[in-house]
Write a protein that binds this ligand. Sequence first.
Ligand SMILES: Cc1cc2nc3c(=O)[nH]c(=O)nc-3n(C[C@H](O)[C@H](O)[C@H](O)COP(=O)(O)OP(=O)(O)OC[C@H]3O[C@@H](n4cnc5c(N)ncnc54)[C@H](O)[C@@H]3O)c2cc1C
Length: 393
Amino acid sequence: MARHDVVIIGAGNAGISLAARLLRVGAKDVAVVSPDRPHLFRPLLNYVAGGQATLSELTRSTAAVMPADCTWVRDRAVAVHTDEREVELAGGDRVGYQDLVLAPGLEEDLGAVPGLAEAMTAGWSLTAHVASQAPAVWDAVEQMTRGRVVFTLPPEPSPCGGTALKPLFLACDRWRRRGVLSDVDVHLITPFAGVLGLPFVDHRLEARLRELGVTVHQEARVASVDHQERAVTLDGPAATVLHDVDRAFVVPPYRGQDWLAPLARTGASGQVDVDPETMAHRSVPRVWSLGDAAALDTRPSGGALRQQVEVLADNIARHRLDQPLRRYNGYTIIPITIDRHRLLLAEFDRTGAQAPTTGLVDLSVPRRALWLFDRYVEPVLYFRALLRGLLIP
Ligand SMILES: Cc1cc2nc3c(=O)[nH]c(=O)nc-3n(C[C@H](O)[C@H](O)[C@H](O)COP(=O)(O)OP(=O)(O)OC[C@H]3O[C@@H](n4cnc5c(N)ncnc54)[C@H](O)[C@@H]3O)c2cc1C
């Protein structure tokens, strides 16, 4: 059985960025456990769904993003044996560790919404959050000239679920330019009060949604869908059934993976039970977690990972030197296109208070420069800097 100094489960944004960062700050023996699946820069999926990007632009092989000095264990983790400090793999082997970092992300919980899996198979329900469906979202928008559509924001935790507003605004922009927006009855279902439950941006989003004629169902969730009856049933203050729905762009709920249940926090949808500030497991020594899989009491996002990666790479070393651990303040981000050329950034901390990264300009005001940055500069920074362990403020 192989044993490594640091073993990381998952080769997504979190796992690869952390492996690269650890190697950059001097770690000698880092292994990443991940099956050989395509690595996606997922923020671009919303632009695929909005007709502004292609899947090939956001897809790399895992081999292409794996840091050169890192051991890649090409398998899926299925259990952690914490007493032996070993990870069990789907193929039956085990890998030993000194420190273990859990970064396998969240998985879609299609079963939580009766009818959703069938509606997706039928192509009546589509979402950018499922990579294979993202191009079809734009095809559906292009085909539509009238009728009723439903967009949803998922309950938390979710992978930057608030960005599901991007396909909505890009679709409305397209319908408006084609002169059909007034014939399309657009509904948004959000689990939050307001739009995102973030007053410092909600007032702008609400004004924009009003201008576009979108009906907002606040503090509501999708209870079930029926593609044959073309119906979406909502759970919320007013239990409502939306009938005659032509398309339901439903983002599924998410949860942590079942095999992590022994390490998960009760009531955190299966996320790993870490101290949200230090990212150390609350009861099992030498186990850490970051990214979407970790219960960090903030909304998961790729932008949140920048600080998490830096702090966690440091904390693994500090713990070994018996030094005080650094703390992650819960910073996270939701970028939202409000039309095809303007974007605003909701940057906030775990209390939901605005947490701007610059005092020079208010990034929560929609700007063309922000859209250009998010659409064209971020992907370059992601592949050339973040996944290589370089720090970007
Ligand atoms: C449509 C969409 C749009 C988004 N837009 C934005 C945005 O605009 N801005 C932003 O900041 N964030 C955005 N995000 C969120 C961002 O992509 C995630 O927060 C980020 O990818 C989380 O990284 P992660 O490594 O924690 O998880 P993931 O990216 O899910 O990676 C998990 C990795 O673990 C692997 N894995 C899973 N299970 C196992 C296992 N059992 N054993 C081994 N490996 C395993 C997977 O194959 C994968 O490689 C968006 C996400 C989506 C889906």
